[in-house]
Design a protein around this ligand. Structure first.
Ligand code: NAD
Length: 519
């Protein structure tokens, strides 16, 4: 195994990219290329004191960035949008090589990253504009709200969608006038650094967005301690620790965590059409996607037809490592992921589940390849019944009606994403209101909501706290400041005698406001 066999076949060199990390330790971690098992590169690692230095520099750079104003930030972010698109081929190569995903799923990341850059470039000024709010007593008081950037935002990201998940936090943080210190997962650092280059060349000061890498408990903790607000994306157990640490320091946090996402197939679907749509929702990035579907509840009236069409489609997916659009599914990202997926499937089969498609590793394709897998007969004794597999494994269960489907979909500690397939979008919309999840997709697995950058994305229950995307995703990064003033037209009561005279008038104001239904 030679160190850079893969990188030599690409147009991108990794060395110069990792020199952008803030690190002084001299320590490195070996990163493996999932498609082949080769050593991809040696990633320089940071320490807690590197994080502190990066944080101080980013805070200092944020002063001028904030003063430069919205128009400047808008121009820089729009330029970064263009550079991301211009460099898409390099970015797709890096994303595929680092994560093992297909070109199409890598493209989703670049598309989403550019989409987010444009959205916040254009929208930030309006969302954060100073504006009037209703004062307690109109005429004699006026109230305005303005927003102040929090200062320094800590961003901690996982390996599965390194480019898009980073930009969904970093771009709004920058658009609001903050600095950023980001901790990359070892397996996603190159994708982050390559996309960051587009922003630096577009005009984001290099110190304003620092990237560090290293062990979660040292470097991750240091990011939480240094920042005024933390965006964490990752597993529920780690997110819980991050949330506790942030709360102790009274730092705000948004936590984007795991899921066990359900898909409901109603009795009015065309089964083959529904099956074709559902497959993508289960196996994108080999199911290593927080919003990926792992449970399907299908109405008995269409169950046989749906299940056989679904299994047939899954069995015919083209799997491989091509750095072009010729494959439908790629590889798992690491040995740990292969181990987890294998353990879930083996456990289910040992306890009586039936494999309708897949169910085996594919060492002939590469060290971490595993077949997209469809199970039936999954029961609560099996590890994959309630726990997130975070892999290409979906369980199909037959239900008698939509009430049973909704109850089963909601019977989980998670509440991230859900999907409903129906011949009637109106019926599906009504049902969506009964689902306890931060997003519900109709006749799509996850892409409709994930791509809607104007709408909030996040989880209920143990799937997280807070929302990214939309105005909600920007307002995380600012402090609201209320400025209220007395107009001087009429003084508020100060003495007992004045209270006696004005109290009846103030009561009248309350009654009139209620009478005209003013909030
Ligand atoms: P993880 O929790 O193991 O790691 C996530 C990040 O946290 C990594 O950068 C890691 O180094 C860092 N980290 C580890 N320990 C830490 C600590 N003590 N303090 C601070 N940081 C620490 O998760 P993962 O395996 O990388 O990602 C998979 C999980 O992420 C899945 O559960 C998936 O559902 C979830 N996820 C959620 C979303 C979402 O938007 N809700 C998106 C992608 C992934």
């Amino acid at each position: 195994m030679s160190e850079t066999t893969i990188s030599r076949s690409l147009s991108v060199e990794f060395g110069p990219l990792t020199s952008d990390l803030t690190t002084t330790t001299g320590a490195t971690a070996t990163v493996i290329a999932p498609f082949t098992g080769e050593v991809l590169h040696e990633l320089p690692l940071s320490s807690a004191s590197d994080v502190a230095d990066a944080a101080a520099s980013a805070r200092a750079a944020a002063v001028a960035w904030r003063a430069a104003g919205h128009a400047h930030r808008r121009a820089v972010l729009l330029k970064a949008h263009d550079l991301l698109l211009e460099r898409r081929d390099d970015l797709l190569d890096i994303l595929q090589t680092e994560t093992g995903k297909t070109r199409g799923q890598a493209f989703e990341e670049v598309f989403q990253g550019a989409n987010v850059a444009r959205y916040y470039a254009v929208k930030a000024r309006g969302i954060l504009a100073r504006h009037r709010r209703r004062a307690t007593i109109p005429v004699i008081m006026q109230t305005r709200v303005s927003y102040k950037p929090k200062g320094l935002i800590g961003v901690i990201t996982p390996w599965n969608y390194p480019l898009s998940l980073s930009l969904m936090d970093v771009v709004p943080a920058l658009a609001a006038g903050n600095g950023v210190v980001q901790k990359a997962d070892n397996q996603g650092a190159l994708s982050i650094l390559a996309s960051r280059r587009a922003f630096i060349e577009a005009g984001v000061p290099a110190a304003l967005w620092a990237v560090v890498a290293g062990p979660g408990d040292e470097v991750g903790n240091a990011v939480v301690d240094a920042a005024d607000y933390v965006c964490f994306t990752g597993s529920t157990p780690t997110g819980t620790k991050v949330g506790e640490r942030a709360a102790k320091a009274l730092h705000g946090a948004s936590l984007e965590l795991g899921g066990k996402n359900p898909l409901i197939v109603l009795d009015d679907v065309v089964p083959a059409k529904a099956a074709a749509g559902a497959v993508y929702g289960c196996f994108s990035s080999m199911g290593q996607l927080c919003v990926s579907i792992e449970r399907i509840y299908v109405d008995r009236k269409v169950a046989d037809e749906f299940t056989s069409a679904f299994a047939a489609r899954v069995s015919s997916l083209a799997q491989g490592s091509a750095l072009d659009f010729s494959t439908d599914v790629g590889s798992l990202t690491s040995a740990a992921q292969l181990e987890r997926v294998t353990a879930h499937v083996d456990d289910a089969v040992a306890k009586g589940a039936t494999v309708l498609a897949g169910g085996k590793p594919r060492p002939d394709l590469g060290p971490y390849f595993y077949e997209p897998t469809v199970l039936t007969g999954v029961t609560r004794e099996m590890a994959c019944f309630a726990n997130e597999t975070f892999g290409p494994v979906v369980a199909i269960q037959v239900v008698e009606n939509e009430a049973e489907a909704v109850a089963a979909a909601n019977a989980t500690e998670f509440g991230l994403n859900a999907s409903i397939f129906s011949g009637s979008r109106r019926r599906a919309r009504a049902l969506a209101e009964q689902i306890d999840a931060g997003s519900v997709n109709i006749n799509e697995g996850y892409r409709a909501s994930f791509g809607s950058v104007d709408a909030p994305m996040g989880g209920m229950k143990h799937s997280g706290l807070g929302r990214r995307n939309g105005p909600e995703g920007l307002l995380r990064f600012v402090e609201a400041r209320t400025v209220s003033e007395s107009t001087g037209i009429l003084a508020l009561p100060r003495t007992g005698a004045q209270w006696q005279r004005l109290a009846p008038l103030m009561l009248l104001v309350l009654r009139v406001l209620k009478g005209v239904r003013r909030g």
